[in-house]
Design a protein around this ligand. Structure first.
Ligand code: MN
Length: 719
């Protein structure tokens, strides 16, 4: 059984000047918290965190990691809280315990490989700090070592999860030893018969095999040296799981797995690889069909090596990999490259490249630095910081970019789900649509039958898919509106000259005009008018000579028809502006006059940009075609917030800015932007952009500012 002093001694051995107090304190805290608890085996619970801490010392990790190992189950399984942990151990350890507690709540369910991959990445992303992964792996390793105490279904579940998720993570982090042990333990519980069979057979000949490997190494080394080839030869026994994998893959019994041992020869140059191969083949007979030249034809993940199997001394088969040291490095990177390759076939971009550099570097540091504290300082984890991983209600995992919202998630599921999204629940709670999702969140989309995409969504959605789908929808909607507006304008114009719009549209002249200009149908022509690319006068002129209708008496058009048409295609009720009493037309506000609710306004059918809203006295509107103006009014129920700008001239005096800000915020108004400029004559000009709901509120703000001592003048800025 591991005791506290074993752990302390181990850490002191590799960090001689370590402050061991946190470990001692963590031991006491853990012992108190777990007091009275037992594991399935009947042993005191404390044994588990002690063993985990011990594994972490074997990985030569820092004091904080070892302390976290001791504390890792306290918050999840006892009444201890994160606040207590922080108070006793500080923020660093609190963060790590928090991370490990969060990971503890996640259960992997499906067996789909793509899901497993996302799951692995989610764990990496959620951990934030690589040390949390190390603690998690140590935790899992000890749980696997003591798995026999659990009951059957649970055992298999944990073993499968280990094989699918944690062993691959250990592998990628270069913790080979742990990967091997996790895989072998998983095999033991998933396929006990196979495990024991392989184990027995391998054990039978262990001593013999060690001798054999030594012999092969020496012979090969000697022979290569004769040819002035300096090289490094490493031999190993394959682990149980990899033997099992081979039996499965090739569908062969154990006795036919000949190459239980594998050797790697590393040389200096590419030509030496082939040279070494030639020498090896001259020395021992190659097994036909086993030679593979991954140098001439690298694997898709850039892996390069020569592979061969020869009949070695005593007729035993030996597998050799021959590569340069450089290829060896690339082989390690290959894991990463392979891994990236699997990500949705995504193209390699620079950021991805950085991630893999990071993993490679990690492997290198582990070997090069013998000072673990220094190593750990360098690796504050931001691996996958650009991605988040969230669950659907039935446990499927989705990968989204950081900052993604429920709307991005909805569009990721299906375009129709995105279009119909009215709300979302995250981990069971209703949240606003602009909420940014976090890794591990379970997201449920609420849809509504009548709901359609909102233009505002474009301001906060994160994925290009969602953006494209929303834009596409809005463009389509805008076109329908343009058609309706076009029809209304043409009706109005026709009414004025006593010809119906239908008649105009059916005329030969209009038909040939449409052909000439590549306009497909009547709807296309109406949209052209609605977008303001063409005026109704231009259309009229095609059918009736200008002189005839220009003198015609102007008859006001029935406004209700417009209302009806626009009403038909718009059902929402959040637009800040109503057209002829109907809400919900896509509008934008003129930058020239920047109207706010309460201003008298007018709509203007622009050339190609739908309806723009201006104040009634805006110079831009006064100067434009009255035929394209539409009566509009504010939609009070929509409660829209608009940004207004105000300019304040004041005395340049310390503290005045704070007074002015206070005066604004006292009106419960948000300041979104402020610019301050000092003038020559001891004066200053401040421009504030503020969020207001209507003109009244703006007036109140202006009034409040005027009362501030030192303020000379306050005015609203248009545009
Ligand atoms: Mn645990």
């Amino acid at each position: 059984m591991i005791r506290l002093h074993d752990i302390l001694d181990a850490v002191a051995a590799y960090i001689p000047d370590a402050d061991l107090e946190p470990i001692q304190k963590a031991y006491i805290f853990s012992a108190k918290s777990h007091k009275g608890q037992t594991r399935r085996s009947g042993e005191p619970y404390l044994i588990h965190p002690m063993e985990v801490a011990w594994i972490l010392t074997q990985m030569k990790l820092d004091v904080a990691s070892v302390a976290t190992g001791l504390l890792h189950d306290t918050v999840e399984d006892t009444v201890a809280t994160l606040e207590e942990v922080e108070a006793l151990f500080g923020e660093e350890i609190r963060e790590m315990v928090d991370g490990i507690t969060k990971l503890g709540k996640i259960r992997f369910q499906t067996t789909e490989e793509k899901q497993a991959e996302n799951f692995r990445k989610m764990i990496m992303a959620m951990a934030k700090d690589i040390r949390v992964i190390f603690v998690k792996l140590a935790d899992r390793l000890h749980n696997m070592r003591t798995l026999s105490h659990l009951l059957e279904p649970k055992r298999v579940e944990i073993a499968q999860e280990t094989l699918d998720i944690y062993a691959p993570i250990a592998n990628r982090l270069g913790i080979q030893q742990m990967k091997v042990e996790l895989e072998d333990l998983a095999l033991k519980y998933l396929k006990p018969d196979v495990f024991h069979m392989i184990e027995e057979r391998i054990a039978k000949r262990k001593v013999h095999r060690d001798h054999f490997m030594q012999e092969v190494r020496e012979i090969a080394q000697r022979e290569l040296a004769k040819h002035q080839l300096s090289c490094e030869i490493v031999g190993r026994t394959k682990h149980l799981f990899s033997i099992h994998r081979k039996m499965e893959a090739q569908n062969i019994p154990f006795d036919e797995v000949h190459d239980l041992v594998a050797f790697r020869i590393m040389v200096g140059t590419l030509s030496e690889c082939y040279e070494a191969l030639g020498i090896l083949h001259a020395l021992w007979k190659p097994v036909p069909g086993r030679f593979k030249d991954y140098i001439a034809m690298p694997k898709q993940n850039n892996y390069r090596s020569l592979h061969t199997t020869v009949v070695g001394p005593h007729g035993e088969r030996c597998e050799f990999q021959i590569r340069t040291r450089e290829m060896h490095d690339i082989a390690e990177r290959g894991i990463a490259a392979h891994w990236r390759y699997k990500e949705r076939g995504r193209k390699i971009d620079q950021q991805d490249e950085m991630k893999f550099k990071w993993v490679r570097q990690l492997l290198q540091w582990q070997r090069e630095l013998d000072e673990p504290a220094e190593f750990l300082d360098t690796i504050k984890l931001d691996l996958f910081a650009d991605d988040i991983y969230v669950f659907t209600p039935n446990g499927e995992l989705k990968e989204l970019p950081r900052g993604a919202t429920p709307i991005d998630f909805a569009y990721d599921i299906h375009t129709d789900v995105g279009h119909a999204c009215v709300g979302a629940r995250v981990n069971g709670r209703i949240i606003p649509l602009r909420y940014q999702l976090h890794s591990g969140d379970t997201v449920e989309i609420i849809t509504g039958k009548q709901k359609r995409p909102n233009k505002d969504w474009l301001q906060f959605v994160r994925t290009s898919r969602a953006k494209a789908k929303i834009r596409h929808y809005l463009r389509h909607e805008e076109r329908e509106q343009a058609e309706a507006i076009g029809r209304e304008l043409l009706d109005k114009a026709g009414h004025r000259v006593g010809v119906s719009a239908a008649k105009i549209l059916k005329s030969k002249e209009v038909a040939s005009f449409m052909v000439q200009h590549g306009i497909k149908d009547v709807e296309g022509l109406l949209a052209t008018i609605g977008y303001g690319k063409m005026t109704t006068d231009e259309v009229l002129a095609l059918v009736i000579p200008r002189e005839e209708w220009q003198q015609a008496e102007s008859v006001p058009a029935p406004a209700s028809k417009m209302s009806r048409l626009v009403g038909k295609i718009t059902r929402r009720s959040h637009s800040p502006v109503k057209i002829s009493g109907i809400s919900d037309v896509l509008v934008h506000f003129g930058k020239c006059c920047n109207p706010v609710p309460g201003d008298s306004i007018v709509g203007f059918v622009t050339r190609g940009r739908g309806v723009s809203i201006h104040t009634i006295d805006c110079a831009r509107v006064l100067a434009s075609d009255p035929a394209r103006c539409l009566p509009v009014e504010w939609n009070v129920e929509a409660g829209a917030v608009r940004i207004a700008k105000i300019r304040i001239s004041c005395v340049d005096r310390p503290g005045l800015l704070a007074k002015m800000t206070e005066a604004i915020t006292e009106q419960e108004v948000n300041i979104v932007e402020a610019s301050i400029r000092t003038m020559e004559d001891q004066k200053a000009v401040n421009v504030f952009s503020i969020e207001i709901s209507d003109l009244n509120q703006l007036r109140q703000v202006i009034h409040a500012l005027e009362k501030v001592k030192g303020v000379i003048a306050v005015e609203r800025v248009r545009g």
